[in-house]
Design a protein around this ligand. Sequence first.
Ligand code: ADP
Length: 290
Amino acid sequence: MAATLTRLSKPSSSLSHFRRFISSSSAAIASETTNPPSSLTFNNTTTLSRKDPKDRNVQWVFLGCPGVGKGTYASRLSSLLGVPHIATGDLVREELASSGPLSHQLTEIVNQGKLVSDEIIISLLSKRLEVGETKGESGFILDGFPRTIRQAEILEGVTDIDLVVNLKLREDVLLEKCLGRRICSECGKNFNVASINVKGENGNPGMSMAPLLPPSHCMSKLITRSDDTETVVTERLRIYNEKSQPVEEFYRSRGKILEFDLPGGIPVSWPKLLEALNLDDYEEKQSAAA
Ligand code: ADP
């Protein structure tokens, strides 16, 4: 707890270094696309961007299968800790909506449940960090990045990640949650119309999750993500197991991972997650100070 609070209280300029180095790595990757390298290397200056965690804001990563709730919990924590929540899936959807040059190519990839190339993702992330930097943002909670070992290596090459939270849920529940997901086309908030009630089996406990319904003014504006169909979610889960599960091992072997089995919906899971992060009294102190 104390360590987390100390970290939170210190301003940081490390994001600009991260942005700069991730930009240069993106440029390096782009120039290597004709001859893809087996690994990416960074020059020695990269290490200069590393700051003692005590002297900067948190740099966390959220991992987990599609539908597990990375966005929900990462966004709540980012508000609590005062750091940006950066979801690469949102960056991809913004690019799709913008009808920019990548839009057509990305629509096809996303609607098949495939991963966008590392080059494109790093370029989108780099741009997002650049915008954040001009607004004085520092620290981050990354959601949906890294999703491949190569992305994890690139990130590791440019900055230090303090903590990786690996959210876990049963696969049948993940599918139900993805199918019940709805977004308000006006305010952009996420909701879920699924009412989940699964029985315990094979030693796994049962689980109930109430729907997360929108307020009445959002009700008529709800849309479903085009990649939240049963076929595409099944493919995304398969790709997660193939490409992203090794990323869990990457961080596990570096002693950075916090495994968190979600015990249910937000009312039960949020306090337990804060407890696991030693932030349980932080929320109370924040509200008392407000
Ligand atoms: P999910 O619910 O599957 O976690 P996201 O909203 O994080 O979905 O991502 C939506 C889509 O955007 C992914 O299926 C993928 O096509 C693309 N995407 C997001 N992040 C990445 C990434 N780090 N690498 C490659 N593709 C990504």
